[in-house]
Design a protein around this ligand. Structure first.
Ligand code: GLY
Length: 367
């Protein structure tokens, strides 16, 4: 099965191709962007196998390529790695009209995208995401960034790729925990505005995570189409539509900050716990039914994702977590916008949330 989704952004529109096995045929799609020149591929040490597949495809098509292999992990999204990557791309003679291939998860996509946003004031890039999280979220929509000592993703730019190539088969070698963490971002699309898709997740999520290829492809296509719609409606997150994608992230980032953005809690695990908390908080405020909040937590629990503070390994310490929230980059004029819900598929942005109420709610959490 092959599906193409377009991100409709006028003259910056681009296709996202979702096709099992496409990595081995990547040259077909990359050749027009290579323009007969050598292509740079940036990747990390964890995906050397996928790099070999991609380079074999380019070799067979007579396209020369040069691989830059970076260390894996969040620390790679740094000023130091950005500087060294830009220098290496300049040494390779990358021109404005060239395209750099980002082969990897969110870290590689964010770093390479940002390097390409600033290299010669902007060159092209192609996203070839190799984790579920990157396939359904970070590779689409042009958010690029590095981290600084003040926090995550604080230096970056909106810079859209020219093409996204998604090969669901590369997920066969993704560790189960990372797969589950990426799945939280899939469920998020149902929670935002698509209750039927959430119901689909309840019925098919376990099979997807057990390796059901048809379920996996369907979910990726559905999630990517939802993200493409949202990005086309609000590319720069200015009218409240794209902000919906932050569901679960305000609570989730506080949990990630508390665990030092470490392996103790992966980003997707923070998003799962964060979505469950956003629904539980909405229920506690009388905005949505306890049944819906329980359904959300129940699904995350059923697939082995954290459904709240205890499952995320965090003691209910409201003041500590709210202190982390106060450092959120979305904080403006003393107010923090929250994504709350009136029900499953009825998420909305609320700028009137009282952080003292959030603190009391977190202190009362038992799950
Ligand atoms: N990952 C959220 C966004 O792309 O807006």
């Amino acid at each position: 099965m092959s599906r193409t989704v377009t991100v409709a952004l006028g003259d910056r529109s681009y296709p996202i191709l979702i096709e099992a096995g496409v990595l081995a045929r990547a040259a077909t799609h990359l050749a027009p962007l290579a323009r007969g020149r050598r292509m740079a591929i940036v990747t990390d040490e964890h995906v050397r196998g996928h790099l070999a597949t991609l380079q074999a495809s380019l070799d067979a098509a007579g396209i020369a390529s040069e691989a830059i292999v970076l260390p894996p992990g969040e620390k790679t999204k740094s000023w130091a790695q950005l500087e060294s990557l830009c220098d290496r791309l300049l040494d390779l003679g990358i021109e404005r009209g060239d395209h750099v291939v980002a082969l990897g998860g969110g870290v590689i996509g964010d770093l390479v995208g940002f390097a390409c946003a600033i290299l010669k004031r902007g060159c092209g890039f192609v996203q070839v995401p190799t984790t579920l999280l990157a396939q359904v979220d970070s590779s689409v929509g042009g958010k690029t960034a590095i981290n600084t000592r003040a926090g995550k993703n604080l230096i970056g730019a909106f810079h859209q790729p020219s093409l996204v190539l998604i090969d669901p088969d590369v997920l066969d070698t993704l560790p189960a925990r990372e797969m589950r963490a990426g799945y939280a971002e899939v469920v998020k699309y149902g929670l935002i505005d698509d209750p039927d898709f959430f119901a689909w997740c309840e019925s098919h999520g376990a099979a997807l995570l057990a390796g059901d290829a048809a379920a996996r492809e369907y979910a990726i296509g559905h999630a990517v189409a939802a993200k493409a719609r949202i990005v086309a409606a609000d590319e720069h997150e200015t009218n409240g539509i794209r902000a919906l994608l932050n569901l679960g992230h305000t609570f989730g980032h506080a949990l990630e900050a508390e665990t030092g953005y470490s392996q103790a809690l992966l980003h997707g695990e923070g998003v799962a716990a964060g979505c469950a908390l956003a629904f539980a908080f909405s229920a506690a405020q009388g905005l949505c039914s306890a049944t819906d909040a329980d359904r959300v937590a129940g699904h995350f629990r059923a697939v082995g994702l954290p459904d709240g503070l205890a499952a995320a390994g965090i003691p209910a310490a409201g003041a500590t977590l709210v202190a982390h929230m106060r450092h959120d980059k979305k904080m403006a004029a003393g107010t923090l916008p929250f994504l709350l819900a009136r029900g499953i598929g009825q998420t909305y942005l609320d700028k009137t949330v009282d952080l003292a109420a959030v603190e009391r709610f977190l202190d009362a959490q038992t799950r």
